[in-house]
Ligand binder design. Structure first.
Ligand code: SAM
Ligand code: SF4
Length: 329
């Protein structure tokens, strides 16, 4: 086994977020408001199944235990089930997760589960079908809800929901969301809107901090959960009267990056040490065949030594990330 992934600030990396496509069929106002636009006329070439196998094998060899398959919309890949199977087959990878907009779940989530998917996050920005449409540009609220039911049917004990907090759009829906999770094993995670390179006035119009939700939870008897070493950055709260949990992801809080435990590989095969702020390290030239696995591991290890201490978002930086679909949010 290769050396464990550790940066120069003694942070250890157990968690890989692997993007498998930049393409998406939704038009979320904060991500791809005009829908997916290819960078040039040529058909984009995303990582093949073999390349995905090699890159996850390298990470697994360095101690990665959790891989999240993301995008764009990962389930748009025709070979999505094979991708899950490939990732799940790596020795040492015990958690195989995906983040999806959920539109294909009702039909396919059983098959994904059988292929080895252990965790699923679904993006649901509103429980009001009209507001859902306004935020995502797609009239698929009911289809996504059916998908969530299907996930429970397929045997997922918990489903995580991602909700981007948007002032004046969904920020009044807390009571509705709390009611929804009262009797369902859902971990609902409110994510503060992050400013990206392509975002215009949306950020100043709709960004709202999660602090008021945190205060509300604490005042109403919710308790903070202790974290595991490959857990994400969410502060998770539980309550004895609720089957579900509430997570808060607040990237603008000071010290957010101290607990960073994840690395990213983009759909075009670049290693990103942070969601924000750098151009990425090319890995694709080392993914063509199995003979370059040790060079691949060396490049990942060496690049990690250049990881910065913070994304400096709290100082107003947006870095070079145009939108989260392009790097795998
Ligand atoms: N298409 C899938 C989905 O929406 O679940 C996976 C990719 S999407 C980029 C991953 C997550 O990033 C989603 O939950 C989405 O809501 C979130 N996201 C995208 N842009 C964001 C932004 N600017 N600020 C905060 N969260 C964002
Ligand atoms: Fe697509 Fe996900 Fe971005 Fe929405 S957040 S546009 S579903 S990639």
């Amino acid at each position: 086994m290769a050396k464990q992934l550790e940066d120069s600030f003694q942070r250890k990396f157990y968690y890989l977020r692997l993007s498998v496509t930049d393409v998406c069929n939704f038009k979320c106002t904060y991500c791809l408001p005009d829908g997916y636009q290819p960078a040039d006329q040529k058909k984009p070439s995303f990582l093949t199944l073999d390349e995905i196998h090699r890159v996850t094998a390298a990470f697994a060899d360095c101690g990665t235990t959790k891989v999240r398959i993301t995008g764009g919309e990962p389930s748009l890949r025709r070979d999505f089930t094979d991708i899950i199977r490939t990732v799940a087959s790596q020795p040492g990878i015990t958690k195989v997760a995906t983040t999806t907009n959920g539109y294909r779940m009702a039909k396919h989530v059983h098959e994904w589960r059988q292929a080895g998917l252990t965790h699923i996050n679904v993006s649901v920005d509103s429980l009001d079908p009209k507001m859902f449409y306004q935020i995502t540009g797609e009239n698929m609220f009911h289809q996504v809800m059916e998908g969530i039911d299907a996930a429970f049917d397929a045997g997922f004990e918990q489903v995580k929901i991602n909700t981007v907090l948007l002032k004046d759009l969904n920020s009044q829906e807390l009571p509705k969301f709390l009611e929804w999770i009262k009797t369902r094993p859902i971990q609902l995670r409110f994510i503060e809107l992050m400013q990206t390179g392509e975002m215009d006035s949306l950020f100043s119009k709709h960004h709202v901090s999660g602090v008021s939700i945190r205060n509300h939870l604490i005042a109403n008897g919710w308790l903070l959960k202790v974290k595991d070493n490959n857990d994400g950055p969410a502060q998770v709260f539980y309550h004895p009267d609720y089957l579900g949990e509430i997570g808060l992801i607040m990237p603008y809080e000071k010290n957010f990056c101290e607990s960073c435990n994840r690395l990213r590989v983009s759909a075009k095969g670049k290693l990103h040490l942070c969601l924000f702020g750098e151009d990425g390290v090319e890995l694709r030239d080392l993914l063509a065949d199995d003979s370059q696995q040790s060079q691949l591991i060396e490049r990942i290890q060496a690049s990690l030594q250049t990881k910065a201490v913070s994304h400096f978002l709290d100082e107003g930086k947006t870095g070079m990330t145009p939108n989260l679909a392009s790097i795998g949010g």
